[in-house]
Every structure is written in structure tokens, then in C-alpha cells.
Write a protein that binds this ligand. Structure first.
Ligand SMILES: [Zn+2]
Length: 502
């Protein structure tokens, strides 16, 4: 029932079926060493350079658990409001795959370290509480490279290479409970959850959470059922979705595909599926109905983990301010509406504004620069705001120069253009290009007298008391000074010269 059916348009699919989603997120921890040996856990080494008998699974080698990885996992569990097990064990997950040197993975099965938590998110003004089923600790596998085929998969390849550097790197898996009740927002809720989880992990400092490099990867579960059905539909599991945008697209695509299967009277097959970035579609992977029995059993070479209440409380005390609390605090401090905060979040500008404020700018100014002029530059150049070649401190400096009257808005934009073009700091550009506002009377008077001489009719009207006509002369002076004159002072000087002062 797959492949030949045409997907149902999203709005129609969601009008007929209720989706339930679930997310399994794998997080590579940023520890110094691997999970069960002393090999370096970083990336970038030559293939098979950071390996030893333990992570290669050689006979007789004995694993020892990495304390820092256990601490990171407990901190993640605490930040997600989980219960921390007072006693739990690692388990062997047995399966055969060439990139897994031991032919089993040390993981956790029925005794995870953290259980029953939650993460709250907001989407389009609606709050969703995402239940966390479990947070457990395991080791990563190695990496296979299939050479010679068209797809990069093993089918059709001429040969395969294996790099075991990654084998044994500590990996935390965060598994949500099924999330019903999202309706049409299911794809957006999935994306918002992964975004919030990534922010939380970044705040904890436990991982570099780079999706494009695989240190954060997602499996997305999706099922559909008719509204009011007695039970949820059969779910599929889309593997290794590696960007936030893809999380959203994968859920959407599965809803459209499954709706077509159900509309045709078919049944959704429980299986893993692969997401394709180019097409935004999923294709069938291995069928879960043929899935191996992993024959889990407690890992006999490792002692149980039994965190004392005291240790857990010590770790709780190390938790930083979490993203949701920080957002609430900044919103109150900056006196912003919910809409303003959402706009900052959507633009990826929250941290930039916070750093600009920390560098001395008023919150309203910082927000104005990042959401206005700088967002336009980012859009025009197709980059992220954070990738623009300007620092929050430089933006704060430009705002300060406007505040002190040294720059007006037009000159400030020219200075910003100079910074973005790599011509130096704001002060260097002001000095080099003479961009500061001109406010010394001697220079301004010369321009004022020239404007009066060139516009005798206007001058006569002002002399006769029509002070509103001064605007035309101010404009002439601004033009003559290329916009750099202090307009308010120019107006005062014109009125003085023509006998209308005070
Ligand atoms: Zn090793």
C-alpha cells in the first residue's frame, strides 16, 4: 500500500485524521573521554585513530563508566523535571552491524536513569506540555561509509569503510511520551519541542547540539487515526532527521502519506522510514515487524549506577537558568509583549539583543536594530542574524552614538553599512569618513548664511514671522552638509539670523 498512492494535501489529511507524534532525540555528550574507556571523545581525528581495546570490543577488555557522562545525564533529567533512579543498570542490546565492534551496544533498557518528566513549549500562543518518558545513557556506534553506489547506502555499493572513532562516545537518548491533541499544529509542535530541547541542552553545556554534524539527531514517530477512534493508529518511525526544518517536514510528509494509505482502505505498516532532504518525502526502511529481538540483558561487566540523594541534589544546584525561565525574565526586564518576544525568538535574535543590552544599549534600541536594519541585511544576504559580521558590542556603540547626538539615524545606518563591509569599528568609520553630526556653530553658520542668500524669498517670509517656512532652509543646509548637520541647531541658527529667535 505504499509508493503508488498520491499523498493527500495536508489540510485535507488533517481535517479527516488526528495525528499523534513522538520524538526520540539522541544527544552526543561533550565529555572529554568516551563512555567506557579513556579514548578522546572529540571529532576530527584520522579514521580509527581514537580507539582502544575497550571501544573496539576486543576479548578480555573491561568497560568502566564515565562519571562525567552520568552527571550530564542526571542534569538533563533534572532540567526536564524527571525522577532520577536511585539504582539502575546498563543493559546489552544485541544486534549485528559492522559499525558496532562488540556486536552489542551498551545501553539502558528497563532501568533508565531518568523517567517521567516534561518540557513545556508554546506554539502560536498555545501551550503544550510534552511528557518525557525516559532519559537514558548509552554508547554511540562507529560510522560506515558505503563507497561506489549512487545513494550512499549499502545497496549498490562496491565496498564499505568503517571508522570506529565514534564507537563508545556517550550518547543520551531523550524519549517523549506520545503527544496527542496537537491537531494541525503537529509538525510545528514537533519542531518547537526539538528547538526547546536543544536550547535547554545548550544552556546545560552538556553537548554542542549541532544537528548538521550529528551531535543532535532525531527520530520522529507519527501516527494517524480517525477522530474519536478507540485507539491511536499504527506509528512509523522516521530516522535521523537532521535539521529543525526537516523535523517539521518529516511529520507533515508522514501525515500526508498515511492519510492516503488510510483513505484507500489500507493499513499503515509499522516500520522505520528515511527522510529525504531534497524531496521532503520519506521512504520505507526496515519493517519493524521483522525487527530483531535485541535479547537485552543486564550488562555483567559494569556495576549498577546508584546515585545518592545527596549527589543528585549537588547536581541540581549546578543547573543554570533554563531557557523558559530566562525568556520570562528578559521579557519582564525589557517590558515586551508576547508578540514581541515571539518575533525575537523567530528571528533568532534573543541572545543577540541580550548581549547588545549587556553592552549598554537600551532594550528598545537593541531590539530595533536587530529586528529592523540588521534583519534586512540578513535577509538580503541570505544569512542568519548571528552570522552577520557585526558584534552586539558594535551595535550597542552605534546606538550610544545616536543617543549622544553624534550620529543621526541616517548616519548611523551608513556607519553600520561600513561595519558590515568590514571597514572597521563604528568609531573608526566615523573618524575615517567624517560621518559625525556637525554641530559646531562656526561651520553651521556658514552653511546657514549660504542657504539664506540662495533663498531670499523664503528668508523674507521668515523675517515677516512665518517661522514654519524655516523647514525649507533647514532642508537646504542638510543637503549642503550631506545630512551631517545637527538639524535642531540649524533651525535655531536660521531663526536667530532672521530675527525670530526666542
Ligand atoms: Zn577506547
Amino acid at each position: 500500500m505504499t509508493g503508488v498512492l498520491t499523498a493527500v494535501p495536508y489540510d485535507e489529511a488533517i481535517a479527516r485524521y488526528e495525528p499523534v507524534i513522538g520524538l526520540e532525540t539522541h544527544v552526543e555528550l561533550g565529555t572529554v573521554t568516551k563512555m567506557f574507556c579513556g579514548c578522546p571523545a572529540g571529532f576530527g581525528a584520522e579514521p580509527n585513530a581514537t580507539v582502544c581495546p575497550v571501544c573496539l570490543g576486543l576479548p578480555g577488555s573491561m568497560p568502566v563508566a564515565n562519571r562525567a557522562a552520568i552527571e550530564s545525564t542526571i542534569r538533563i533529567g533534572l532540567a526536564l523535571n524527571c525522577s532520577i533512579a536511585s539504582w539502575c543498570r546498563f543493559a546489552r542490546k544485541n544486534y549485528f552491524y559492522p559499525d558496532m565492534p562488540k556486536d552489542y551496544q551498551i545501553s539502558q533498557y528497563d532501568e533508565p536513569l531518568c523517567t517521567d518528566g516534561r518540557l513545556d513549549i508554546t506554539v502560536d500562543g498555545a501551550d503544550f506540555r510534552i511528557g518525557i518518558e525516559r532519559v537514558h545513557l548509552e554508547e554511540d556506534t562507529g560510522k560506515s561509509l558505503h563507497v561506489g553506489g549512487a545513494t550512499g547506502r549499502i545497496h549498490g555499493a562496491e565496498y564499505s569503510l568503517v571508522d570506529y572513532n565514534r564507537a563508545g562516545i556517550p550518547l543520551v537518548e531523550v524519549v517523549t511520551k506520545p503527544v496527542p491533541g496537537t491537531g494541525a499544529l503537529a509538525p510545528v509542535v514537533a519542531r518547537a519541542y526539538v528547538t526547546e530541547l536543544r536550547e535547554l541542552l545548550r544552556a546545560l553545556g552538556v553537548s554542542d547540539v549541532r544537528m548538521e554534524e550529528g551531535s543532535l539527531r532525531c527520530d520522529v514517530n507519527t501516527s494517524l487515526a480517525p477522530p474519536g477512534a478507540a485507539q491511536w493508529g499504527t506509528r512509523t518511525e522516521t530516522k535521523n532527521v537532521n535539521s529543525l526544518r526537516s523535523v517539521e517536514r518529516a511529520v507533515r510528509s508522514e501525515i500526508e502519506r498515511q492519510a492516503a494509505v488510510l483513505d484507500a482502505g489500507g493499513r499503515v505498516v509499522q516500520e522505520t522510514r528515511h527522510f529525504h532532504e531534497e524531496s521532503g518525502l520519506t521512504t520505507s526502511g526496515r519493517s519493524k515487524e521483522e525487527a530483531q529481538d535485541y535479547r537485552y540483558f543486564p550488562e555483567p561487566d559494569l556495576v549498577p549506577i546508584a546515585p545518592s540523594a545527596e549527589w543528585v541534589e549537588q547536581l541540581r544546584a549546578t543547573l543554570p537558568e533554563l531557557p523558559s525561565g530566562r525568556r520570562a525574565r528578559l521579557q519582564a526586564e525589557w517590558e515586551l509583549s508576547d508578540l514581541d518576544m515571539t518575533a525575537l525568538g523567530n528571528a533568532g535574535a534573543l541572545d543577540l539583543v541580550a548581549e547588545t543590552v549587556a553592552a549598554g544599549a537600551a532594550p528598545a534600541d537593541a531590539r530595533k536594530w536587530w529586528l529592523g536594519e540588521l534583519s534586512r541585511h540578513a535577509n538580503d544576504s541570505g544569512t542568519e542574524l548571528s552570522a552577520l559580521p557585526v558584534t552586539p558590542a558594535q551595535v550597542a556603540r552605534i546606538a550610544a552614538l545616536v543617543g549622544s547626538g553624534d550620529l543621526n539615524d541616517r548616519l548611523a545606518r551608513q556607519v553600520l553599512d561600513g561595519v558590515l563591509a568590514g571597514r572597521g569599528s563604528p568609531d573608526e568609520i566615523v573618524a575615517a569618513r567624517g560621518l559625525a553630526v556637525v554641530s559646531d556653530d562656526a561651520t553651521l553658520l556658514a552653511a546657514v548664511d549660504a542657504a539664506i542668500a540662495a533663498n531670499p524669498d523664503v528668508a523674507a517670509r521668515i523675517r515677516a514671522g512665518k517661522t514654519a517656512a524655516a523647514g525649507a532652509l533647514v532642508g537646504a543646509v542638510m543637503k549642503a552638509t550631506r545630512g551631517q548637520a545637527d538639524a535642531a541647531r540649524v533651525r535655531e541658527l536660521i531663526l536667530e539670523r532672521l530675527g525670530q529667535a526666542g
